[in-house]
Write a protein that binds this ligand. Structure first.
Ligand SMILES: [Zn+2]
Length: 168
C-alpha cells in the first residue's frame, strides 16, 4: 500500500540528507534510492500508519489544542490511497472529540485529483463517508490545463453537494 505520508517521510529521511548513507560519510548511489526507500517504508513508516496509531496521534494533538484554548480545527485528510484509511481514522477522531472540539475535515487529494488513478472516485467516497469540505491541489496536477480543470471539477462537485471548498 502506497501513501503520501510514507513517501514524504522517506523522502525527507534520504533526499534532504544529501544522498548520504545515514550516520556515515558515504554517499548513496542514486540507483539505490528506490529499493532503500521501499525498505525504509516497510520497516519504519508502515507501522505508524494503522488506524489506531493515526487516531492516537490525532487525539493527542486535539487534546493539546483544546488545552491551549482552541475550539475548532480544520484538518486536511489525504484521499489519494484507495483504502481511505486516513479518512476513516480522522472521522473516528471527529466523532470522539465532537463533545468539546469542532473538527472539520477536508477531503484532500494530496497527489492531485486528476493525476492520481482513481483520485476523483476516492475523494467522492471520502465525502460519502462524511468528510465536510472539498479540497484540491491544482498546482500538483500534470499541466496548467489539468490544474484549471481540477478547480472547475471540484467546485462543481462542492456545489452539487452544498459543501465548502478548500483549494491550495
Ligand atoms: Zn487548506
Amino acid at each position: 500500500m502506497r501513501s503520501i505520508e510514507r513517501t514524504t517521510k522517506s523522502f525527507y529521511l534520504f533526499h534532504f540528507k544529501g544522498f548520504r548513507v545515514p550516520f556515515t560519510p558515504m554517499r548513496m548511489p542514486k540507483r539505490m534510492m528506490v529499493p532503500i526507500i521501499k525498505a525504509a517504508n516497510e520497516l519504519h513508516i508502515k507501522p505508524l500508519l494503522t488506524q489506531d496509531a493515526i487516531v492516537g496521534r490525532a487525539l493527542a494533538y486535539c487534546d493539546w489544542a483544546v488545552a491551549k484554548g482552541l475550539l475548532a480545527i480544520r484538518s486536511h485528510v489525504d484521499t489519494s490511497d484507495p483504502s481511505l484509511l486516513p479518512v476513516r481514522a480522522m472521522l473516528e477522531v471527529k466523532n470522539r472529540v465532537a463533545p468539546y472540539l469542532d473538527l472539520q475535515l477536508v477531503a484532500f487529494p494530496q497527489d492531485g485529483v486528476l493525476r492520481t488513478p482513481g483520485g476523483l472516485d476516492n475523494l467522492q467516497r471520502a465525502l460519502d463517508l462524511g468528510v465536510d469540505v472539498v479540497g484540491g491541489i491544482p498546482h500538483f496536477e500534470r499541466t496548467m490545463g489539468e490544474g484549471a480543470a481540477s478547480v472547475k471539477l471540484l467546485c462543481e462537485l462542492a456545489a452539487e453537494r452544498g459543501l465548502p471548498v478548500d483549494m491550495h
